[in-house]
Design a protein around this ligand. Structure first.
Ligand SMILES: CSC[C@H]1O[C@@H](n2cnc3c(O)ncnc32)[C@H](O)[C@@H]1O
Ligand code: ZN
Length: 438
């Protein structure tokens, strides 16, 4: 018998591999944080002597969700400014609130709140775009998750830095601090084409090439953004970014609504990735990302929740369901974004977009053991013809039972192991009291 750290035996293992397998009565064997075998449970129990054997009858194992766009600390602004269109929401409510409240402590506490919510809904890796990325990094490490932290760059002064160059300089220091960290990647996060001038964008392009890191940016969030840019500069935002040399396989374009055939050509030709945030787009009435068309052009489309101030949750199961439904409506085709492809969008496509697909995003031998378990035991999941259908179309986040990162348990039968739920709730309430009293 081979000694290993953990054996997880489940009714289904859904690896989200190339073959889109659904494996019945299989087990995942874990040693030193990595997946060393996926095999029928009858064989696994004969072959391995695990330190811990987790047996999950009526549950499915999937790769941990990869939430590829958000602003974690904005969880503290959840429900503060609802039912507004993007620019009113941003300029009339969010930016003034950020000017007043955002600090190192705000970001540390807000990111812990977001991390706890994400773990409890099956997310193991997320991408963040917020001020004080050093505070976010500490919270991510405390939570035991993985994150891409895109430090913000914007033309006007923020709570974090007074000029675009100082945003970049401060971000570079954080990037240096986390170079080669197994759980943290630090990337560039220029806010949007309408809020970042050519000069900082050219500096970002040169530095991203020099450091071989990614760039994530809100692009084509609304038709209004595209029209304004055409009126102001005479070119569409995507074309401007292409002409500046930013588009390429390390470019992550968030939102991507209001696309012309030429915009789609630009993305397809350059190999840039698209981060689709359907619920934020719906709530802010921003527009529609043509997911089916993009995928047919071979463009990698991943999934993101955006921040909890525009979603208002960080629930990738819910986001996946919305994405699957919306893709069909937008394509006017019920075969657009089928269930297993929606699951791939929430896992392996995200890992690919973040450049982490050799390590995470699917359950395969050699990858890190970042795994989520979902219970399909209850009445609402009966009968079960296809567990993938149920995960995408009927499951809710309270069915997430276990979460592992690097084989370490972050959620144990719905209990957080790395974070203190009561402290996080108390801190969130204290921030609410301060903000409300103002
Ligand atoms: C530089 S990123 C941080 C910056 O972005 C703001 N933000 C949050 N959500 C959105 C969105 O959907 N579109 C544009 N900007 C957004 C956030 O409040 C920060 O100021
Ligand atoms: Zn955003």
């Amino acid at each position: 018998m081979q000694k290993i750290d953990t054996l997880i035996s489940a009714r289904w293992v859904i690896p989200v591999n190339q073959r889109r397998d659904v494996l019945d009565h299989h087990s995942v064997a874990i040693a030193n944080g990595a997946i060393i075998a996926i095999l029928p449970t009858s064989e696994a129990v004969a072959q391995y002597a695990p330190n811990e054997h987790v047996e999950l009858a009526d549950q499915a194992l999937i790769p941990g969700f990869v939430n590829t766009h958000g602003h974690a600390a904005m969880a503290l602004f959840r429900g503060m400014a609802d039912d507004l269109e993007l620019m009113t929401w941003l300029t009339g409510h969010i930016w003034p609130a950020e000017g007043k409240w955002v600090s190192y402590d705000f970001v540390a506490d807000g990111t812990l709140l977001a991390a706890a919510e994400m773990i409890r809904s099956g997310t193991t890796t997320f991408s963040d775009n917020y001020f004080f990325p050093d505070a976010s990094a500490n919270s991510v490490i405390k939570a035991g998750m993985r994150a891409q932290l895109c430090f913000p760059i914007i033309d006007f002064p923020t709570a974090w830095a007074p000029t675009p160059d100082q945003h970049i300089d401060q971000g570079l220091k954080v990037m240096e601090q986390y170079q080669n960290h197994s759980h943290i990647k630090v990337n560039f996060g220029p806010h949007a084409p309408y809020s970042v001038s050519d000069e900082p964008l050219l500096r970002i392009k040169a530095l991203a090439e020099q450091h071989q890191v990614g760039i994530q940016m809100h692009v084509h969030e609304t038709q209004g953004e595209v029209d304004d840019e055409v009126a102001k500069r005479g070119s569409r935002p995507i074309r401007r970014l292409k002409e500046l040399g930013l588009l390429g396989p390390n470019f992550q374009a968030v939102h991507m609504t209001a696309l012309s055939p030429e915009d789609i050509d630009d993305i397809a030709e350059t190999g840039a990735h698209v981060m689709h945030c359907p619920e934020s787009n719906l709530k802010l009435a921003s527009g529609f990302c043509p997911v089916d068309t993009l995928q047919k052009r071979g463009i990698n489309v991943s999934l993101g929740t955006d921040g909890a101030a525009s979603n208002n949750d960080l629930d990738m199961l819910g986001e996946m369901r919305t994405a699957a439904m919306l893709a069909k409506a937008v394509a006017q085709s019920a075969v657009a974004l089928p269930a297993h492809e929606a699951l791939a969008m929430a896992t392996i496509n995200g890992a690919r977009a973040l450049g982490w697909d050799t390590q995470i995003g699917s359950l395969e031998v050699g990858k890190r053991a970042d795994i989520t378990a979902i219970s399909l035991a209850d009445l609402e999941s009966q009968p079960i013809f296809d567990p993938v259908s149920h995960i995408v179309y009927t499951s809710s986040r309270n069915q997430v039972t276990y979460v592992w990162v690097d084989g370490k348990t972050l959620l144990n039968n719905r209990e957080l192991t790395t974070l203190d739920k009561d402290v996080i709730i108390k801190n969130a309430q204290q921030w609410r009291d301060k903000i409300q009293a103002d």
